[in-house]
Design a protein around this ligand. Sequence first.
Ligand SMILES: Cc1ncc(C[n+]2csc(CCOP(=O)(O)OP(=O)(O)O)c2C)c(N)n1
Ligand SMILES: [Mg+2]
Length: 429
Amino acid sequence: MAPWQVVGLSRWPARRALRTMKSTENSTSRDSNPPVAHRSFIETNVTRNTAADTSAASAAAGTSAPSAAEILPELYRQMSIARAIDREAVNLQRTGALPAYAPLIGQEAAQVGSGAAIDKRYDFAFPTYRELGVAVAMGVDLTGYMATHLASWHGGLYDPVASRFAPIQAVVAGSVLHAMGWALGQKLDAGLAPVGRAPNEASAHDSSNPDANEPAATEPDTSSAPIGAAIAYFGDGASSQGDVHEAMNFAGVYTLPVVFFCQNNGWAISVPTENQVAGGSVSARAAGYGLPSEKIDGNDVAAVYEATARALNRAHSGGGATVIEAMTYRVGPHSTSDDPGRYRSLDEEQSWRARDPLKLCEKRLRDEGLAGDEFFTEAAAHALEVSEQVRAGILSQVDRPMHELFDFVYAEPPAALLAQRDRALEEIS
Ligand SMILES: Cc1ncc(C[n+]2csc(CCOP(=O)(O)OP(=O)(O)O)c2C)c(N)n1
Ligand SMILES: [Mg+2]
């Protein structure tokens, strides 16, 4: 029996879910609500969100939710889709359709593996500007996702509430504080007092090896429903911002349901990790906040999926936050405006290309007899088809109406701003 049948998945869920996209309407009405796109044409978060019992808690507990091995073909397919769209986005930037783009190539496993573990019934993801693979895995509307890169709508034009994927965040480390705040809300909504860890509870870390920490002691589970967990995406560079320290400390003190998911991709633009992260490890810092941590191979999609499911499970059951440091590599430039040849060697890039996450996953699928030539040919064709749909969606986007520049700045706009708006509208009419 094929793995997707074992877990009750359609063989080609993403293909089946392809929908015709409509371009965003060029509304001229002064609607007070920000426009949101509801066009979901890829529903790829099948592993956790469409099967009957798909909670991350049960995955980690080894019950009915799929194990990483069971869904490995689907994870491969999602990584292929992410890579194809990523490549297409770079092409679109080079041909002038997108003003700028931050490629994810090399980080597909870290993103798809973690995104696939998220349970959209309970959890909420807080991305940076590079989380296309998470968006793919969570079934976010990708034309709406690209709105930021199109410079048509800051933060994206998808529906963040429905997709459980917060607006794209370009402020480095901003997503981490937002996640922590949302997690505090979850704890309060669950009727749990936002008290900290009991003084006699053991710290998760007192060992000499902070990269191999034991799970934290958990608070008693006072509710049958899992506490929703926030997953905060951030980079190695962001980890040296004070915001991350504050968020981790707060999450530790208040036992908040957060997964701090750091993609250590080796670089913060042109600054290498060794010049950015004192001590060399982001996960090691968790000890200082009394949090458990895992340093994982971020290019092994199964390892990422499992570690994320474990951390989410801990959060769901009241155990609080976990720090995950997924070791990966930004194979491409920081953004389409960057030239990494100015600050790093080709040898370094080549050595990481040898650990390409898709190739690693393909090898495992072939070695374990889970997939063969036919599967890989179809996965590539499907990824191309989806990327073409996204390309068509991006190219069919129209400019947002001018008045929106003014409409969402203040709840009660000052007279001067209203005058500016009227002048601007007059000029373009
Ligand atoms: C608060 C803030 N400071 C500086 C920047 C400029 N900036 C954009 S991306 C970046 C590097 C971030 O590196 P990292 O956190 O490792 O993420 P990566 O780009 O590698 O995914 C910087 C400094 C910013 N966007 N926000
Ligand atoms: Mg980085």
